[in-house]
Design a binder for this molecule. Structure first.
Ligand SMILES: [Zn+2]
Length: 88
């Protein structure tokens, strides 16, 4: 499957419009690599960028520690590793 205009597809789930654009400047070489990888994965370049960035965002913003590090109370739950409160 080819994507003649990968940047034109949003990959948004129905009901959640992906209507914001993020412009990223890369070298020609990087762009070709990204396109090649996207084609190998049978996804659009946009989707590759979206999913890759989102993965990094989740790792950065949200606790990824296993359950064993969680301190649970009936009224709250927090992570002992990073101190993030997982449940209010
Ligand atoms: Zn944590």
């Amino acid at each position: 499957m080819t994507n003649p205009d990968p940047d034109g597809s949003t990959g948004a789930e129905p009901g959640s419009p992906a209507d914001k654009q993020v412009l990223v400047r890369v070298t020609e070489e990087t762009r070709e690599q990204w396109k090649e990888a996207a084609e190998a994965l049978s996804i659009s370049l946009s989707e590759l960028v979206r999913s890759s960035v989102q993965s990094k965002v989740n790792d950065t913003l949200y606790c990824q520690h296993p359950m064993q590090f969680r301190k649970s109370y009936p009224w709250s739950e927090s992570c002992l590793k990073c101190g993030v409160r997982l449940r209010a």
